[in-house]
Design a protein around this ligand. Structure first.
Ligand code: UDX
Length: 428
């Protein structure tokens, strides 16, 4: 395999995983970030994000992997530039591409550059605009490649090293082949297509995954209203190989750094073309409703929530991460506080942003402490440790044993035997 010199722009979640994995594949990688603190942490041998296996991978590739704030250092000798900066939603709902354009503009003096590869999630048409910009800064000989990532947090390394597919969107065959060849050693089909299609693959994939979950959540509500059991129903539905069993777990609504942002960006992008997507809009609306259903369950049990103490078990948008981006727990905490409830929370890793609602929430180091004296509890994130705790003891320390299991983590029969007023999602 040809070892390449690669500059990765952005030492965030995607940039670090991409940089580390490309170094693992044998390439020489310089990851550049404009945040001095982030670079300092990485140079000190620490990893600023929580991702299993990433620290070890960075450490064992330190001969080939370096971090810098310095642009020239990143550009010297670089044949491929990977853009891995964030594209947050702007006020209009469109993805904010300011950082993407800044990176591309900064490439003007990269004399050895042959390809720019885009990993950031961007709207369809970004590649065409990038092409114009590259031409303007004298890089018309540099090819543009869309190479979207499909990594889920907590399993980013296996998702990169053993993906279901590698997508290459190229406007120039040589550049496409160069970027595809970086992945030599990975056993996965390579889907090669035009740039716009590759940009759409990423958005369409996330939208369909989100659709499956919103569908599961609607079926769960129908199960609640009819007495069917959603676990049985979707378990059997998923056995149909045409449908697949993945992403059919009902819950408290989807969150995280991708689904909410990408589905909103896709809807906005569609609107910009004069098309109002009915299904995608419904998928987003169902999710917004789902995030509030826990409140209704609590009201059904307790009536008015003013003055009640409610324990939120789990805050991160999913287990195994400290990530609080678009976490359903934030919506729930805000709603509960607005109803006049006192909110107590436990999570082993979550790092909520400063400000409301979390400034008004009491955080406890164990589920038991969060439950002590509570009028109700909600399982918000399916942390495995919640399945392990002594629920009989937990029942004893609560003021009223109301438990809404937003993730169907526990066994309804057992919890009711213990004495809980237990409800879950779509299970009788
Ligand atoms: C997701 C995609 O999986 C990944 O391919 C993409 O690149 C980025 O977005 P991630 O956000 O890390 O990854 O988490 P994921 O495990 O996919 O879960 C997303 C959300 O859906 C979470 O809030 C999770 O709790 C929820 N979910 C997932 C369900 O409610 N039910 C399911 O069956 C699956």
């Amino acid at each position: 395999m040809a070892e390449r010199r690669i500059a990765v722009f952005g030492a965030g979640y995607i940039g670090l995983v991409t940089g580390a994995c490309l170094a693992e594949l044998g390439h020489h990688v310089t990851v550049r970030d404009i945040d001095p603190e982030r670079v300092r942490i990485l140079l000190a041998g620490d990893v600023p994000i929580h991702e299993p296996g990433l620290g070890d991978m960075i450490a064992r590739n330190k001969e080939r992997l370096t971090f810098t704030q310095d642009l020239d250092q990143a550009l010297t000798g670089a044949e491929i530039a990977y853009v891995c900066v964030d594209t947050p939603p702007s006020a209009s709902g469109d993805a904010d591409l300011t950082r993407v354009w800044a990176v591309i503009r900064s490439l003007a003096t990269a004399h050895d550059l042959r390809a720019v590869a885009m990993k950031s999630t961007v709207p369809v048409g970004t590649g065409a605009r990038a092409r114009v910009l590259l031409d303007e800064i004298g890089l018309s000989h540099v090819g543009y490649v869309s190479n979207p990532e499909f990594t889920a947090e907590g399993r980013a390394i296996p998702d990169f090293m053993a993906p279901d597919r590698i997508v290459i969107g190229q406007d120039d065959t040589a550049a496409g082949a160069l970027v595809a060849a970086l992945h030599t050693g990975i056993d996965a089909p390579v889907a090669t297509m035009d740039v716009k299609s590759a940009e759409m693959v990423k958005l369409a994939s996330n939208a369909l995954l989100a659709t499956k979950i919103s569908f599961a959540n609607e079926i769960a509500t129908l199960c609640e209203n009819t007495g069917a059991n959603v676990t049985e129903v979707l378990g059997a539905v998923g056995m149909d190989h045409r449908l697949g069993a993945h992403f059919l777990r009902p819950g408290i609504g989807w969150g995280g750094s991708c689904f909410p942002k990408d589905s909103e960006a896709l809807r906005q992008m569609a609107s910009n073309t004069g098309f109002h997507p009915q299904l995608l809009t419904a998928v987003i609306n169902v999710n917004n409703i789902q995030k509030r259903r826990a409140i209704q369950h609590l009201k059904d049990e307790l009536g008015d929530l003013a003055g009640r103490h409610v324990a939120l078990l789990g805050m991160a948008f999913k287990p195994g991460t400290d990530d609080m981006r678009e976490a359903p727990s934030t919506v729930l905490a805000g709603r509960l506080l607005a109803e006049g409830a006192h909110v107590r929370a436990w999570d082993p890793l979550a790092r909520p942003a400063a400000g409301e609602p979390w400034d008004s929430v009491d955080r406890f180091p164990s589920p038991r402490q969060a439950l002590a004296g509570a009028d109700a509890a909600v399982i918000v994130t399916e942390w495995p440790e919640l399945a392990e705790i002594d629920w009989t003891e937990a029942c004893g320390v609560m003021r009223t044993p109301v438990l809404f299991d937003g993730r169907n983590l526990l066994d309804p029969t057992r919890l009711r035997e213990i004495g809980f007023r237990y409800t879950s999602v779509g299970r009788p």
